[in-house]
Design a protein around this ligand. Structure first.
Ligand code: KIV
Ligand code: ZN
Length: 499
């Protein structure tokens, strides 16, 4: 075994996907899983099968679609969960069950109303039960970050004895300091009998902005697997980002750790995940943010022009950010569009490319230059072509001194409907007109408009949350006309609750 190899366990499709509004359908999950396989991850956590039929189905389909990485399914330390996970994994070429239970005093007392001894018994029982189905069983000690080290060592020893191949030490609440988390891993490496029979894994949340630092501290002290997500997405402040730990290990030869990640695939996959999940990457995000390689101060620009290493520690090509990041225009042909989409990790069929090309031409007519972000949005628009309710047309009159008025046309499963309304603003008028057709109790809970790059000809992205019958639905719209984008986001929500 290569002692310096770090196994990359990607949980974008499980922990990452738990973020409200980031849910993907099965086809989108397969797209991400295949891209993760090409990226070179070792393990893909594909879902929590007992949690919903959708999650179950995704684990089944990802298991069929992917060959090399191990497919992992999450469970609680509950027999029924493990039965369902084993069933979902039936087609996986390499499979792992990830079972576990909370081990901090707070979890033991308030979540389980139990005792430390009873928790060890339940942990051992779950691992033994999972071993009946698969050889590769990972155990997670939830809230290990706040678990007393001596007790944690007893838990880890017991589950390794029961057959766990990997033991996950999650800093579930993102509370640990890097030195503290590193110490924890070191303590386990030094005090657990049989530690050589398993791999310790890091799983660090980013609540205090220390996820990557904690993960690296864990790896430097003996952990050999890290659990990460693309762009660091995940519940609350997110998980450790894959791209950060992969690039740290690539840049720092001095620490002598390596992964099998093909780092040139990082950037396209980052954009794909951001686009599919409607989750913008912050501009100054390490490695994949828009400004990560942009030198704007005069002193920096001067230095970089003289010698790029003066201010750049990473060659942008190493993450797949190519120099020819040229915006397309209305005069660009099919081939240029296809090339650019492929650079971004999108490989459309001939028919899909034709549809996308028509959408691209419409956008290029409105916007002089169509850039990578626009293309990803277009690919997303194409995804929603076969929605039940579609916007046929929208006309809005608004401005200083006039009451905004909107008329709208909807296509509902092929049937045409029209209505008009006025409101206190153009969006209000358009939504009221729409509600004159779809008469249902619906309230907007959140509404954000963002530009993608800059300029008054930019594309506007709208994220919306609409409540209906006590449930909240997330919708997304994109258009150079922000009123249209808002109405499209609203319709996206309606399409979700009328499914
Ligand atoms: O953060 C956490 O503790 C988890 C476990 C379920 C692995 O996600
Ligand atoms: Zn987690």
């Amino acid at each position: 075994m290569d002692k310096n190899k770090v196994y990359i366990f990607d949980t974008t499709l499980r922990d990452g996907e738990q973020v409200p509004g980031c849910q993907l359908n099965t086809i989108e999950k397969i797209q991400v899983a295949k891209a993760l396989e090409e990226l070179g991850v070792d393990v893909i956590e594909a879902g929590f099968p007992i949690s919903s039929p959708g999650d179950f189905n995704s684990v089944v389909e990802i298991s069929k679609a992917v060959t090399w990485p191990t497919i992992c399914a999450l469970t609680r330390a509950v027999e029924k969960d493990i039965d369902v996970a084993a069933e979902a994994l039936q087609y996986a070429k390499h499979k792992r069950i990830h079972t576990g239970i909370g081990t901090s005093d707070s979890h033991i007392r308030y979540k389980f109303n139990s005792t430390r001894e009873e928790i060890i018994e339940r942990a051992v029982k779950a691992v033994k039960y999972a071993k009946k189905y698969v050889e590769d069983v990972e155990f997670y000690a939830e809230d290990a970050g706040r678990t007393d080290n001596e007790y944690l060592a007893r838990v880890v020893e017991a589950v390794i004895k029961a057959g766990a191949t990997v033991v996950n030490i999650p800093d579930t609440t993102g509370y640990c300091l890097p030195a503290e988390y590193g110490e924890k891993i070191k303590y386990l490496m030094e005090h657990v009998d049989g530690i050589d029979n398993a791999i310790l894994s890091t799983h660090c949340h980013n609540d205090l902005g220390m996820a990557t630092a904690n993960t690296m501290a864990g790896l430097l002290n003996g952990a050999r697997q890290c659990e990460v997500t693309i762009n660091g997405i995940g519940e609350r402040a997110g998980n450790t980002s894959l791209e950060e730990v992969a690039m740290i290990m690539k840049c720092h030869n001095d620490i002598n750790l390596h992964t099998d990640i093909n780092t040139r695939k990082i950037y396209p996959l980052s954009r794909t995940v951001s686009s599919l999940m409607n989750m913008p990457v912050q501009a100054n995000k390490a490695i994949v943010g828009r400004n990560a390689f942009a030198h704007s101060s005069g002193i920096h620009q001067d230095g970089v022009l003289k010698n790029v290493t003066t201010y750049e520690i990473i060659d942008p090509k190493d993450i797949g950010l190519d120099d020819n990041n040229i915006a397309l225009t209305a005069r660009s042909g099919h081939a240029a569009l296809k090339f650019r989409l492929e650079v971004l990790g999108i490989k459309p069929s001939k028919e899909k490319l034709d549809i996308l090309y028509q959408e691209f031409l419409k956008l290029a007519d409105k916007k002089k230059e169509v850039n990578d972000d626009d293309l990803l949005v277009l690919a997303g628009v194409e995804r929603s072509e076969n929605q039940h309710i579609k916007l046929d047309y929208l006309q809005v009159t608004s401005g200083m001194g006039v009451r905004p008025v909107a008329s709208i046309g909807l296509d509902i499963a092929g049937e045409k409907f029209e209505a008009a309304a006025s409101g206190n603003g153009p969006v209000d008028a358009a939504i009221k007109a729409l509600k004159n057709i779809i008469k249902r109790n619906m309230t907007i809970k959140e509404f954000t408009i963002q530009n993608i790059t800059k300029g008054s000809d930019d594309v506007g992205k709208v994220h919306m949350q609409v409540e209906s019958d006590g449930r909240v639905y997330y919708g997304f719209g994109v258009n150079t006309d922000i009123i249209t984008a808002a109405v499209e986001a609203y319709i996206d929500c309606i399409n979700k609750f009328s499914k």
